[in-house]
Ligand binder design. Structure first.
Ligand SMILES: [Zn+2]
Length: 575
């Protein structure tokens, strides 16, 4: 019999089997129970976090014709789905199938009714890889999907999905799975397989998998191949070319005592044996961080990567200042890895830098107190940041007066939502924002979650759920998102009208909404500070709200209803 990979054997067959995505599973199960199934879903998140597995489960569940628990696992639909042969569950991998022709073929078939099940479900993996024309073809179908068709799009890179597609989908973000969830799931599997294990080894595997259940299972596969009867920490270490915790601590101590020559040789040897330098740097950072936590709290329960004994032994040679400096240098280095072709040489430089630091502190220790300039610098930076925040929050106390003293020849700024947002306009939004509004609305914002599955408001709710309010004025809201696609969509005229309606009808906020990305927000705050200093902040921007007849607040709606009734009575009386 050929060997079957663990992740194939243990792919979740029921919702209960999904590891670590409780919130998503619960929401989807509720939607199925209430028969509130959307026509398009977008599952985003890092690789191996269960997007495809949940997509397959959802496809199976909505096609299940059994009674009682869903999926029942017994009806012909469940059986076919479990064997991956259901004719109405169509899986596509855009990474390999990115031609427009394939998508066209699918769309041709979309209009035909399902063959065996209730719905035709199209699962498109890595949807961001579709070519532009394929995207457009898909968009057309998403605009008016036949009642029996459901699309489940999965992607590791939602930024690359067209905003117009995103806005037509119900979105779910799959988070990295917790180390504890992964290791307890590995434990269950090993018990079933009858393989012995030690818990530390499983935690190490979970840690190596970095939040991906599939990766964890394939690491476990490799460890089983190495030793089929038992999973132990040292086996995982040798399969994966990593140092033990004690070896890492020894390395830190050697750096502290500036044994340069020995260290250079060691790094070379590590590279030769295939030790992952990026990972090692990250591990060292975690050890230093936990040692610092221990120095402050002396609580062993707060330690995860090291134990009390490790922390104590490091604190014999490291002061808090040392720990801070080491963390800073290593963090800087790990940033550089992102673009590095050869991380080993960056690591070497970092080690030399740290050796230099160790020498310096040893020298100054003899002369007097250690310099704390770095810390002071840090504190200053923090104060400045807070300052920015405060300035942004507070309404200028007497904007009119200030302007009277030194009037600035500026015009009233107006913004057409069809045009890209102008800097002066945004600056005006910041200038006339009020902290109280923002605080109130941040509370209101939590309500949006409830409308995710709403037929009328679901789309707006999904768009607004993850954005943050930057500033709020009398008749406007400025929000930020880290995702360019979301920002673009919010500012799109047609969508913006819908959002305006949503805010008015659901949150009872009669405000225009504008979005910027985080980068632009930062630049904006900087520019705000500059203009504020020079007293050249713009005048209050003119906000033009959308005109839409259907946009009615609760009161207006009631009034309209009353008028309608009144009209009727008038007519009756008139007869
Ligand atoms: Zn069934």
């Amino acid at each position: 019999m050929s060997y079957k990979a663990l992740y194939r054997i243990y792919r979740p067959a029921l919702f209960e089997d999904v590891v670590g995505q409780d919130y998503i599973v619960k929401t989807l199960k509720n939607a199925i129970d209430q028969n509130k199934i959307a026509h398009a879903y977008l599952f985003s998140g890092p690789r191996g976090t269960g997007k495809t597995s949940v997509a397959k489960l959802l496809a199976k569940a909505i096609n299940c014709t059994g009674s009682g628990k869903i999926p029942c696992m017994q009806c012909e639909n469940c059986i076919a789905a479990n064997q991956n042969v259901h004719p109405d569950i169509i899986e596509l991998d855009a990474a390999s199938n990115n031609g427009v022709e394939e998508i066209r073929e699918i769309i041709e078939k979309v209009k035909y009714a399902p063959i065996q099940g209730k719905y035709k479900v199209y699962i498109i993996d890595e949807v961001h890889m579709l070519s532009n024309s394929a995207f457009n073809a898909l968009l057309k179908t998403l605009e008016e999907p036949p009642a029996h068709v459901i699309f489940i799009l999965a992607t590791t890179d939602p930024q690359k999905v067209l905003p117009t597609i995103i806005s037509r989908c119900q979105r779910y973000h799959f988070n990295k799975v917790d180390v504890s969830d992964i290791s307890s799931s590995l434990m269950k599997i090993l018990k079933k397989e009858g393989i012995a294990y030690d818990l530390v080894a499983l935690e190490l595997i979970a840690d190596l998998a970095d939040g991906g259940m599939r990766d964890a299972l394939s690491i476990l596969d490799q460890c089983i191949a190495y030793n089929p009867s038992e999973i132990k920490e040292e086996f995982v270490n040798s399969v994966y070319g990593i140092l033990t915790t004690q070896e890492k601590i020894n390395l830190l101590k050697e750096i502290r005592s500036s044994k340069v020559k020995a260290l250079i040789e060691k790094i070379k040897a590590m590279e030769d044996t295939g030790i992952d330098i990026k990972r090692l740097t990250n591990d060292l950072l975690n050890i230093l961080k936990e040692t610092m936590i221990y120095a402050y709290e002396q609580d062993e329960n707060l330690l995860k990567k090291i134990n009390q004994h490790h922390a104590k032994s490091l604190l014999e040679t490291f002061s808090i200042d040392d720990l801070l400096q080491y963390i800073e240098v290593l963090q800087e280095t790990s940033q550089k890895y992102k673009t590095a072709f050869h991380p080993g040489s960056y690591f070497e430089i970092a080690i030399l830098k740290l050796c230099g630091l160790s020498k310096k502190t040893q020298d100054t220790k003899e002369k007097g107190p250690t310099k704390k300039e770095k810390q002071v610098e840090k504190i200053n930076e923090e104060i400045l940041l807070e300052d920015k925040e405060e300035v942004m929050d507070d309404e200028p106390e007497h904007p009119e007066e200030e302007r009277n003293i030194e009037p600035t020849p500026q015009q009233e700024v107006q913004q057409d939502i069809n045009e890209p947002l102008e800097d002066t306009f945004l600056l005006g939004l910041l200038t006339y924002a009020q902290k109280e509004y923002r605080q109130k609305e941040e509370v209101l914002w939590k309500k949006i979650q409830e409308y995710r599955l709403d037929l009328n408001y679901g789309k707006s709710a999904n768009l607004l759920m993850d954005v943050k309010i930057v500033a709020s004025g009398e008749d406007y809201l400025l929000v930020e998102s880290t995702m360019g696609a979301i920002v673009k969509t919010i500012n799109e005229h047609e969508i913006n009208v819908e959002l305006y309606q949503f805010l008015k009808e659901v949150l009872e906020l009669d405000k225009m909404i504008y979005a910027i990305d985080t980068k632009r927000k930062e630049a904006l705050i900087e520019s705000f500070m500059k203009h504020r200093k020079q007293d050249t902040l713009p005048m209050c921007p003119k906000i033009t709200k959308h005109e839409c007849k259907v946009c009615l607040s609760k009161e207006e709606k009631e009034l309209q209803e009353l008028q309608d009734i009144f009209q009727d009575t008038l007519e009756i009386k008139g007869e």
